[in-house]
Write a protein that binds this ligand. Structure first.
Ligand SMILES: *Cc1c(COP(=O)(O)O)cnc(C)c1O
Length: 237
């Protein structure tokens, strides 16, 4: 077996162990393989180990890999910051978008999604640590955006996503994820019927699972350390 398969299996084991430790059904936690900066052939390798959901941050990379791997049954998730002039390509290519952070981008995705296809599955990104440099909407403004996104055609509102400020301490990591979970619960008390909490990456997915993550986004722990993206791909951000 190759390294990528080994890594995927060991992360799945660790997801399972952590889920049991916190009394959660392991099958409620989906592993998203974040393949940004890695070529299509690397994605194909992960696919051949049974991985089906892949996350991309850069629009040009998403388009390139989706085209090269067209024949594979891959679920593509767009998880990067989305500029309006790139929304059409995402609406046409992705199955999921985790990074909806303003109404204007949600409206564009809705208008640009082919109504004959399944709706685009979306999460609203929350700036849970309220960092000035991070994308995502402020928690205090999230509920009103969620209601508006829920009402748009051709989108299916699924949940919330966040990238909390980095910390290596398990309790600190949990505290940030707990804030996202509380917002999720508040939204559901308002009838929003969210089922997805997209939180946790290579270094903090165990804490995210402890706080209710239903989808963890893991890159480095599957594919290894990323080298800088080739310029051609970077400029397509
Ligand atoms: C890169 C990235 C990940 C994966 O991060 P790792 O630390 O490599 O696991 C997850 N989510 C988002 C939004 C990312 O940009």
């Amino acid at each position: 077996m190759n390294d990528i398969c080994d890594n995927i299996h060991s992360i799945q084991d660790s997801i399972e162990t952590t889920a049991r430790r916190f009394n959660r059904p392991p099958e409620n936690i989906k592993l998203l393989a974040v393949s940004k900066t890695w070529p299509a052939e690397v994605v194909r390798t992960a696919w051949s180990c049974g991985q089906r959901c892949f996350g991309e941050n850069y629009v040009n990379e998403l388009i390139d890999k989706a085209k090269k791997l067209e024949e594979l049954d891959i679920e593509w998730h767009f998880i990067g910051h989305l500029q309006s002039n790139k929304s059409r390509a995402v609406a046409e290519t992705a199955d999921w978008v985790h990074s909806v952070d303003r109404l204007s981008i949600a409206k564009r995705l809705s208008a640009q999604r082919d109504p004959h296809r399944p709706p685009l599955q979306v999460c609203v990104q929350i700036n849970v640590s309220e960092e000035a440099s991070k994308s995502g909407i402020k928690p205090s403004e999230a509920l009103s955006l969620l209601h508006q996104v829920r009402d748009l055609p051709n989108l299916k509102l699924r949940g919330l996503m966040a990238i909390p400020a980095k910390t290596t301490q398990f309790t600190g990591q949990r505290a940030a994820f707990a804030r996202l979970r509380e917002l999720f619960e508040q939204a559901n008390r308002q009838g929003l019927q969210l089922d997805t909490l997209s939180m946790g990456m290579s270094n903090d997915f165990a804490a995210a699972i402890a706080e209710g993550a239903t989808l963890v986004r893991v890159g480095t722990a599957i594919f290894g350390e990323r080298v800088a993206a080739p310029q051609a791909l970077k400029s397509g951000r």
